[in-house]
Write a protein that binds this ligand. Structure first.
Ligand code: ZN
Length: 101
């Protein structure tokens, strides 16, 4: 069930009931090995979803070892490495954002 938080599993795959841990990629962002969604943690306890997909070049570090109850956020339109300070209050908002990025 959607609660607006992340424990390091891919937020998009979780919408399909699949628990896929995010993994550090070549750019030092978090990336899903299945759907290539990228996320970044630029603030304490905030995981922001980047508006561009990754390229699958992954390292061996799982987000589930580091991320517990982080607030899911969007990234800034002008800076993909920063949260825009927003939260997803409903699953519908998250689905809309993922459909467009
Ligand atoms: Zn995914």
């Amino acid at each position: 069930m959607f609660d607006g938080f992340s424990d390091g599993n891919c937020p998009q795959c979780l919408l399909d009931d699949k628990k896929i841990p995010l993994v550090v990629n070549q750019m030092d962002f978090w990336e899903c090995p299945v759907c290539r969604l990228q996320c970044v943690t630029d603030r304490v306890s905030v995981l922001s979803i980047i508006r561009e997909r990754g390229n699958g070049l992954l390292k061996d570090i799982l987000a589930t070892d580091w991320i517990k109850q982080f607030i899911l956020s969007r990234t800034d339109l002008n800076n993909i490495t920063k949260s825009d300070g927003s939260k997803f209050s409903e699953e519908r908002e998250l689905r809309e954002y993922l459909d467009n990025h």
